[in-house]
Design a protein around this ligand. Sequence first.
Ligand SMILES: [Zn+2]
Length: 125
Amino acid sequence: MRQRLCRMCGNWHDTEAWPAECYKQRSESRSAFPVPHFVCDTQDELQSQADGKWYTSKSAMRASYKAENNPHGVNFTEVGNEDLTRFTLPPKLDRKANRDAVERAISAVESGSIPPVHTTDSFPL
Ligand SMILES: [Zn+2]
């Protein structure tokens, strides 16, 4: 029979029959934080810069950033504190110009033209 000094009650107990009341009680939480981390959907009332309406729901406000839900018809990206007065629409793609450029490049390669190889000597870092 082997005994050890109990740190809980200060008495000696048999190691094979340790009293249940002298086991260290673990709390349910494993961290010092009182609750797990969660992000709440509610917020103080904020005005969406996409449609000008006021929202208390983060998800509803983020839905207004989608093109189909705002009067601008533009997908907005939620970022930091950028100055929105400088916002400009992205340039429109000129599909015909792109297609023509690709066709010119294909015909140039097919006719034997080899484009120059660019190295870091021609474009120093
Ligand atoms: Zn004890």
